[in-house]
Design a protein around this ligand. Structure first.
Ligand code: FE2
Length: 324
């Protein structure tokens, strides 16, 4: 069922096209975050400007025409309201124009499900690590399957923490990937480490590391904040795997693009003889392909939502989304 998926929860306007579970196109244009972070109205304005172009890019890549599209999906949340609205309106316009069915999709479910699909895993524990979120997830099966949150951040997502730190010490571009580049030549300085069972917190670490700006080298600070935060994620993940008797781990979300995090998680899995999987980076970054993938499955399973009930929800938690 040729399905188009639109993602616009934050800085990325992404459009994916999927047919029978196969991603035919996964195109995007991004708002330049720069050193200012994200200003919702500016990001939304950029999405409006880019929407038509990205939709065209995706149709061309998939070698299909708009009239061939049989279903539509869009990110309902979580995300920034003004940004989500742009994708929602684009999706509703397409569905209304073509007279096809439409489904809202939870962004975190999409990351977790495309990763499970790409890894070929059946019932993994999933570590979802992005800018706004950091959660340990397991799919609870039954009449309304949904992801249970086994553990999560008490304050901010690990991605936002690393981006905020990059801004604090004036790295350019101020992203977690720049922190990773500096970390490659750093030495360890002891930092605050906060794990409570399968939950964790990052603001104490961010405040402490930021207080050392100018007193310690950028390389040492980047190495130490990255190693400490990733070690916290690994400890909580290891506990979740052992407590649930799981033998498969997936990592997904923007921070799953980090090769150091994947290396550390792989070593946890190796120690316990567990399998470790992840998707290509195009699915860890925000993207429309994962939205189209989940939307197609929902539509094939007979689930759709009337146009007038297709809303957005900024705080749409993963444990409230039924996974069809
Ligand atoms: Fe994301």
């Amino acid at each position: 069922m040729l399905t188009i998926g639109i993602e616009s929860s934050a800085h990325t306007f992404g459009v994916g096209i999927v047919d029978k579970g196969r991603v035919l196109a996964n195109e995007k244009l991004m708002y330049d975050v720069g050193s200012r972070g994200m200003i919702p109205s500016k990001v939304a304005e950029t999405h409006v400007k880019n929407a038509r172009t990205v939709i065209r890019m995706a149709l061309d890549k998939a070698k299909v025409e708009m009239r061939d599209i049989e279903g539509v999906g869009y990110t309902r949340g979580p995300g920034i309201g003004a940004c989500l609205q742009v994708g929602q309106l684009a999706a509703k316009t397409i569905a209304a124009g073509l007279g096809v069915k439409i489904v809202p999709v939870n962004h975190a479910v999409a990351h977790a499900e495309i990763t499970k699909h790409e890894a070929g895993f059946g019932d993994p524990i999933t570590l979802y690590v992005s800018g706004g979120n950091s959660q340990l997830l397991k799919l609870a099966k039954g009449p309304s399957p949904h992801y249970q949150i086994l553990g999560e951040t008490f304050d901010i997502g690990v991605g936002n923490m690393l981006d905020a730190f990059a801004r604090e010490i004036k790295l350019k571009p101020a992203w977690g990937s720049t922190v990773a580049r500096f970390a490659a030549n750093g030495k360890y300085i002891e930092m605050p480490y906060t794990v409570k069972g399968m939950d964790f917190a990052f603001t104490g670490l961010l405040t402490y590391a930021s207080s050392l700006a100018g007193k310690e080298s950028k390389e040492d600070l980047c190495y130490s904040i990255q190693e400490t935060s990733f070690a916290m994620l690994c400890e909580a993940t290891e506990r979740a795997l052992l407590l649930t008797n799981s033998d498969e781990l997936c990592v997904c979300g923007g921070v799953a693009q980090s090769s150091r995090l994947k290396e550390m998680l792989a070593s946890v899995c190796k120690e316990h003889g567990m399998r470790f999987g992840f998707a290509a980076n195009e699915f860890n970054a925000d993207n429309g392909g994962m939205i189209a993938y989940v939307a197609e499955r929902m539509l094939r399973n007979g689930f759709s939502v009337p146009l007038e009930r297709c809303d957005i929800e900024q705080r749409y938690r993963i444990d409230r989304a039924v996974v069809y």
